[in-house]
Design a protein around this ligand. Structure first.
Ligand SMILES: NC(=O)c1ccc[n+]([C@@H]2O[C@H](COP(=O)([O-])OP(=O)(O)OC[C@H]3O[C@@H](n4cnc5c(N)ncnc54)[C@H](OP(=O)(O)O)[C@@H]3O)[C@@H](O)[C@H]2O)c1
Length: 200
């Protein structure tokens, strides 16, 4: 698949690298330095069956089969203003709706960041995925994937096709994808993800 990465920090950088090593065509985008994006792309070469390159958010979104949204909640509007039209696109979001101090969720209980995103982009196909796992463990899971039982990773969304795309990518990272139901389940998984992050 062609996978666009919006936000190439701890989550986007690691997941993008793993997606490329698993055979996908990855575009890293959205960081303060283009050199950082290029370095990430260079880092997967040699070991990859897929490919990776640096690009703009608009290049990452163009022709993408899936997009990973991995920016701080406060940057979402900015990155979406740079992607162009995302109608019909599968967007896996791992972004938690945190305040700027990262001390609490600014959307919770009766809604979730994923649902707010879906409201912001009514023609996109939003799936909430990867937010319940700390970035520190991603490579460990990927490298250990052939050894025995896989850890589960929950995801949720309202669109069958986009969930199938997310499940494939979750499997490629080395997890057993666990369909938690419709997108509104993110109201439960996002607070859980915050707890996991604090605990980690
Ligand atoms: N880290 C985790 O373990 C974890 C787990 C679950 C969910 N999440 C969620 O995933 C999302 C991303 O987290 P993260 O830890 O990957 O964050 P991060 O390492 O800070 O990465 C955020 C990305 O946004 C870019 N960015 C920030 N400000 C920018 C600006 N003004 N202009 C252009 N680019 C800018 C960063 O660029 P630079 O690299 O140049 O700073 C980086 O590429 C967050 O919503 C977080 O809540 C994280």
């Amino acid at each position: 698949m062609r996978v666009g990465i919006l936000g190439s920090g701890l989550m986007g950088g690691k997941l993008g690298t793993i997606f490329a090593r698993a055979g996908h065509e990855v575009v890293f985008s959205y960081a303060r330095s283009t050199e950082k994006l290029k370095k990430l792309a260079r880092g997967v070469h040699g070991k990859a069956h897929g490919s990776a390159r640096a690009g703009t958010p608009s290049e990452a979104a163009q022709k993408a089969d899936a997009l990973l949204l991995a920016v701080h909640w406060s940057r979402i509007e900015d990155v979406l203003n740079q992607t162009g039209d995302l109608s019909g696109k599968v967007i896996m979001t791992c972004s938690l709706p945190m305040n700027v101090d990262n001390t609490e969720l600014v959307v919770a209980h009766t809604s979730s960041g994923a649902e707010e995103l879906a409201r912001r982009l009514p023609k996109a196909r939003v799936v909430s995925a990867f937010n319940t796992v700390p970035s520190e463990v991603l490579f460990g899971v990927y490298e250990a994937k052939s050894k025995g039982r896989r850890p589960s990773l929950v995801y949720c969304g309202d669109d069958k096709g986009s969930k199938a795309v997310a499940a494939e990518l979750i499997r490629d990272v080395g997890f057993d994808p666990l369909d938690a139901g419709p997108l509104r389940i993110a109201r439960y998984t996002e607070p859980f993800a915050l707890f996991v992050a604090e605990f980690a």
